[in-house]
Design a protein around this ligand. Structure first.
Ligand SMILES: [Zn+2]
Length: 281
């Protein structure tokens, strides 16, 4: 696969050309933002520097990869959903589509968050690439490794640092008593500058099985303000999938939150570190 380096500046690891579809340079912008983060180092940078290898692996496994950039101006996509994600192939082989935030249409407030979402989604792509012979619905090797190591915790065990990381959003939410759809929009607006806050909440949403995310539970006590909820996290595989993507992105964008997560969940973090080695060496 021919690649072009754009402004990424990596020697010998150019970014594959599909990441520059329609001349969009969002990938270079995301890398620039990532480079300004405390957690950016040669290890976490592999989220970007392994992209050529990722695409090669997926091609060798019969997949085409398409990249589409979508509006992230208000933290929401044009299709109405927040998610920018990987649409897995409908059958063996087939097309994998990476839907990523368009950094050029993202206001300055949202750029750090959009870049952290980019890292999250690129980790999902890597997870798929490292699963040879992946079919839709299969767990990848990394997800299988992690699945049995995920603890189930109660909402009372969600530590204070998680609650604090979203405090402002929580207060605003309570004041306005919005419905669930509006809650997403509201939290998006409030947390535009707060990269990673959504991701650490999603980590604890996964650990509590999605039962306490505030838009579906009155018992949340403001503990979990952002996540995927029970419909998604009933699947242990989905818990593994999102923990992997969130952990990878948080390491780069919010190493302070990862340090606190490690104190609270040392054995989970050990397993996640193993998964990171599986994905990135
Ligand atoms: Zn995800």
């Amino acid at each position: 696969m021919g690649g072009r380096g754009g402004d990424s500046g990596y020697k010998g690891s150019s970014i594959p050309e599909q990441f520059y579809s329609n001349g969009n340079k969002s990938i270079d912008d995301a890398i620039s933002y990532a480079k300004g983060m405390d957690g950016y180092n040669s290890q976490t940078a592999k989220v970007f520097t392994t992209l050529s290898d990722t695409i090669e692996r997926l091609k060798a496994d019969g997949h085409e990869v398409e990249v589409e950039y979508v509006d992230f101006q208000n933290g929401e996509t044009a299709s109405g959903g927040y998610g920018v994600g990987i649409l897995a192939a409908q059958k063996e082989g087939g097309t994998i589509r990476a839907i990523l935030p368009d950094m050029s249409k993202t206001t300055d407030d949202f750029k750090p968050r959009a870049a952290s979402v980019m890292a999250h989604e690129l980790t999902h792509l890597r997870d798929l690439a490292m699963a040879k012979g992946h079919k839709l619905g299969d767990l990848t090797r990394a997800e299988q490794m992690l699945q049995s190591k995920i603890p189930s915790i109660s909402v009372d065990d969600v530590p204070k640092f998680v609650k604090d990381s979203f405090k402002h959003a929580s207060d605003e939410f309570k004041a306005k008593e919005k419905t669930s759809k509006d809650t997403f929009a509201l939290i998006d607006r409030i947390t535009g500058k707060q990269r990673g806050g959504d991701q650490i909440h999603d980590v604890y949403d996964a650990l509590t099985g999605g039962k306490y995310v505030n838009y579906q539970s009155k018992q949340s006590k403001g503990a979990i303000e952002w996540g995927h909820g029970t419909g998604y996290y009933i699947s242990k595989g989905n818990r593994a999938k999102e923990l992997i993507a969130n952990y990878s992105s948080l390491k780069m964008f919010r190493p302070d939150l990862v340090r606190q997560l490690r104190k609270d969940q040392p054995s989970l973090c050990k397993s996640l570190d193993q998964v990171m080695r599986e994905l990135y060496g």
